[in-house]
Design a protein around this ligand. Structure first.
Ligand code: ZN
Ligand code: ZN
Length: 368
């Protein structure tokens, strides 16, 4: 399960190929997930500058020692009050003759951008900074076997934690108690932790797709939606189930069946060559035909990996084509304000001829 240096070297060469396609001589990475993906090392407050001439980690004295040890082949430099990030970037751009530098426009502050611009124009006569935020993110869409193993392991731990808390759910239990137990179980099973703060939404709260667990005590007749995931070696999983405390009534069964059928149809449709927007339509059109089109508030799903939400987005606006090795969620929902809602979500790996569902929890309506 250890990530080997050869794999990371391959990634570096893939980034180089993408830079050449975009007409860039180098790129400054500030997105920590992208930095981890390219270097194989996950850290904080650090940057990477790479070009065909070399690769350098720009960090500070808290991390340089461990990075030097874990990242052979990388040059490591430390910022200090005397030498800022922008100084190092200018220095390496000059040394490596970078004329066009890519940067991650969605992961850089205006303040840092201004500093970089000032430093680069002061040191170099010809340099252009170009937004290139998607370059590494696109490479991350197709997962390597090591990454798939990590995500499978995270999904298994999330399944186990979910089954554990299911036994604790009964009238009188507060939403936050279940959320806290999920966090504890994931840590206890050796995960990095949660892939995002769990959603535990009972009763009318379940009509809010991203409700925050609060003091509300579960009651007989409540829908409870649990949306949770684990993180293992930096990789996320994501799943949602909706259950009923006590017996479900006719309306609850009807809405649940609509969401379940749409979810199963979408999972069955996943295959290489399908556009994300067409996959979204499979579930959306079915839900609309059942009369709940207005109540399916969000996109069908998203990519999962080092970030809980990453490329591609399974929405009507995304024309990215599914490929083997992509990891995506399928999570339709129907939400009726003041009444409640249902969402069912699996994480799946796109395979050569369909998909592998890595969320193993059954999907029939559980009445507790
Ligand atoms: Zn989720
Ligand atoms: Zn999700």
């Amino acid at each position: 399960m250890m990530q080997d240096v050869c794999v990371v070297d391959t990634t570096y060469h893939k980034v180089m190929r993408e830079l050449a396609k975009e007409g860039l001589d180098g790129i400054l990475l500030s997105d920590l997930a992208n930095i981890g993906f390219v270097s194989g090392f996950f850290t904080e407050d650090s940057y990477i500058l790479i070009s065909g001439q070399g690769k350098v980690f720009i960090t500070d004295s808290r991390y340089n020692e461990v990075i030097e040890k874990k990242c052979p082949g990388w040059q490591v430099v430390c910022v200090s009050p005397q030498r800022h990030l922008a100084d190092f970037v200018a220095e390496f751009c000059e040394k490596w003759e970078i004329k066009t530098l890519g940067f991650e426009e969605d992961k850089i502050t205006q303040g840092l951008f201004s500093q970089l611009n000032a430093s680069l124009t002061q040191h170099l006569s010809v340099i252009e900074m170009k937004p290139a935020g998607d370059i590494v993110k696109k490479l991350r869409m197709i997962k390597r076997p090591y990454e798939l193993d990590c995500i499978r392991r995270a999904a298994r731990a999330a399944d186990d934690a979910y089954l554990h808390v299911l036994k604790l759910m009964k009238p009188g239990v507060r939403e936050y108690e279940i959320a806290a137990e999920i966090q504890y179980q994931l840590k206890k099973s050796g995960m990095d932790g949660e892939s995002f703060p769990s959603i535990v939404a009972a009763g009318a709260h379940s009509s809010r797709p991203h409700a925050i667990p609060g003091e509300y005590k579960m009651q007989i007749g409540d829908f409870v939606t649990i949306d949770m995931g684990a993180k293992y070696r930096g990789y996320c999983s994501d799943m949602t189930r909706t259950v009923v405390i006590g017996a479900a009534d006719i309306k609850q069964k009807e809405v649940y069946d609509v969401v379940l059928a749409s979810q199963k149809k979408a999972v069955a449709a996943v295959k290489p060559g399908l556009r994300c927007c067409d996959l979204d339509a499979v579930a959306r059109e079915y839900i609309a035909a059942c009369g709940y089109g207005e109540n399916f508030l969000h996109s069908l799903g998203h990519g999962v990996g080092l970030d809980i939400h990453e490329m591609p987005t399974i929405s009507k606006n995304c024309d990215i084509v599914l490929e083997p090795g992509m990891v995506i969620t399928i999570e339709p929902g129907v939400y009726l304000p003041g009444w409640g809602g249902v969402r069912i979500e699996d994480t799946v790996i796109v395979t050569e001829d369909g998909c592998e569902v890595i969320t193993k929890i059954p999907k029939y309506l559980v009445e507790l």
